[in-house]
Design a protein around this ligand. Structure first.
Ligand code: FES
Length: 114
């Protein structure tokens, strides 16, 4: 029998991420938490929101989230065949699900003042 990782994910929008959903993900050694989230989005729930760009290089720094209560890069955090909790950054404004506003205010796009 194949192993599974069970990811319980905090979901929601605009400051309320209190809804939790649990997904079982087929586990293969060497996978990252980001791999698990991408599997969920492709195979279970295309609405799951999370941000990433470089996939596994710790270069874009867009995949920051909390796994088991610790701030990690999801592309570097190892998926494990056990229950794991995944939540958005608790100290940043929530956009949706695992997406938080991580850009400092001066770097955000803004409208030109006229
Ligand atoms: S996806 Fe780029 S640092 Fe994780």
């Amino acid at each position: 029998m194949s192993e599974t990782a069970k990811l319980t994910i905090n979901r929601g929008t605009h400051g309320d991420s209190s809804r939790q959903e649990t997904f079982e993900v087929p586990f293969e050694p060497g996978q990252s938490v980001l791999d698990g989230l991408r599997w969920i989005r492709v195979n279970r729930d295309p609405t799951l929101a999370f941000r990433y760009s470089c996939l596994n290089a710790n270069a874009c720094k867009e995949c920051m989230m909390e796994v088991d209560g610790e701030v990690v890069y999801a592309c570097l955090a190892r998926l494990e065949p056990r229950d794991m909790s995944v939540a958005p950054l608790s100290n940043k404004p929530l956009v949706r699900d695992l997406v938080t506003e991580i850009a400092p205010p001066p770097e955000r796009l803004s409208q030109k003042k006229r």
